[in-house]
Design a binder for this molecule. Structure first.
Ligand SMILES: NC(=O)c1ccc[n+]([C@@H]2O[C@H](COP(=O)([O-])OP(=O)(O)OC[C@H]3O[C@@H](n4cnc5c(N)ncnc54)[C@H](O)[C@@H]3O)[C@@H](O)[C@H]2O)c1
Length: 347
């Protein structure tokens, strides 16, 4: 029986290098090749990691050593490579957001199902121990009745972050700004822990950058479980603070800075609480201004999870439908900001 999955990476830019490094740490994965529509990028990454470079997509997809592909192209160029990859029988690990609108996301999910390939949507924070602990605590009823689930991400991106890229900050390829690009992980965690949204109302604006999309946005949410929350995001707030997420129920409150727990307080203490505080409470120090401030271990866990699912048939932790949830909420928030009216989600 096969015990490694051959991976090819589509798009050989910034995040592709994180995927390649993470793959090098894993026993159940072998990096085989890079493909990029800009040939020098594919060649440079292939040389860096000692693997093949493809400059023709058809040749890349025809490589029998490639069982699965990682999609690391600009966000609005995920669907256009995912569909042929699925039809070529390749399993897919797709960077966030899975795509920039629900029509494309749904087609990706459908075509993967039709071609019997797995689709995993990258949200590496879900694999962190603190996130798992909080979700389990909610499910075990430790928060009592959930009342508030909110996130704030006052980050900073220098003007050159947008100016140096032909796709960041555009509706066509980024699909949005501070919310769709930077804060989508925070949105995913709010939904993962507190469940689906029922209604949102939002304001958004482009306040300090010369870009099409928003660099500041504020939304209020009503969740389906009856609780409320706010989401505030920015790429204008120099020098940039850590992302903060807080979950509160009638009997407990937990706060994160980035993926680290900074408060773990319950009305009825449990012997485990002290251990969790000792092990997990950190300062949450993080640069809110560095796009490369990404923890490799989350990506490694997620790549390994897809490889295990391919090799053993186990259930994916994060499939296409899970990846769809944050895109659905974000598109609803944008619609509210555009129309000036609340947006309601279908059940
Ligand atoms: N999970 C995370 O924390 C995280 C962090 C950063 C970026 N991302 C996501 O990763 C994706 C890529 O971001 P990046 O920062 O690496 O971008 P990048 O601009 O550094 O790299 C994108 C690469 O894709 C190539 N490309 C563009 N269109 C292509 C196509 N149709 N076919 C093949 N190659 C193509 C470009 O030539 C470029 O080399 C985005 O969707 C982004 O949101 C995720």
């Amino acid at each position: 029986m096969k015990n490694t999955v051959g991976f090819g990476i589509i798009g050989a830019g910034m995040i592709a290098a994180f995927h390649a490094k993470a793959m090098q740490q894993l026993d159940n994965v072998k990096l085989v090749a890079f493909y990029d529509s800009f040939a020098p990028a594919a060649k440079a990454r292939a040389e860096e990691f000692g693997v093949k470079a493809y400059t023709k997509f058809e040749d890349f997809l025809a490589d029998p050593d490639i069982d699965a592909v990682t999609i690391a192209t600009p966000s609005g160029a995920h669907h256009s490579v995912a569909i042929p990859a699925a039809r070529a029988g390749k399993h897919i690990l797709c960077e966030k957001p899975i795509e920039i609108n629900l029509q494309r996301v749904d087609e990706m999910i459908r075509v993967c199902e039709e071609n019997h390939v797995l689709l995993s949507s990258v949200f590496q924070s879900r694999f962190s121990k603190p996130v798992k602990l909080v979700r389990e605590a909610v499910q075990a009823g430790r928060f009592g009745r959930m009342v508030l689930a909110s996130g704030t991400q006052r980050w900073y991106r220098e003007p050159k972050y947008y100016a140096a890229s032909n796709w960041r900050g555009t509706w066509k390829m980024d699909g949005g700004g501070a919310l769709m690009n930077q804060a989508i992980h925070m949105v995913d965690l709010l939904l993962y822990v507190n469940g689906a949204p029922e209604e949102v109302f939002a304001f958004s604006g482009t306040l300090t950058h010369s870009i099409e999309v928003e660099d500041n946005l504020c939304a209020t949410i009503k969740y389906r479980n009856g609780s409320f929350g706010t989401i505030e995001v920015s790429t204008s707030c120099a020098p940039g603070f850590s992302r903060r997420i807080e979950f509160s129920g009638s009997t407990g409150t937990v706060a994160f800075e980035e993926d680290r727990i900074v408060r773990w307080e319950f009305a009825t203490p449990d012997p485990q609480d002290e251990i969790i505080r000792k092990e997990l409470i950190g300062t949450g120090e993080h640069s809110g201004s560095d796009p490369k401030n990404i923890n490799l271990s989350g990506h490694a866990c997620q790549i390994s999870d897809l490889a295990e699912a391919i090799l053993t048939g186990k259930q994916l932790v994060l499939d296409g439908n899970e990846g769809r949830r944050a895109v659905e909420l974000i598109c609803g928030i944008y619609e509210s900001a555009r129309t000036g009216k609340p947006f309601f989600f279908n059940r």
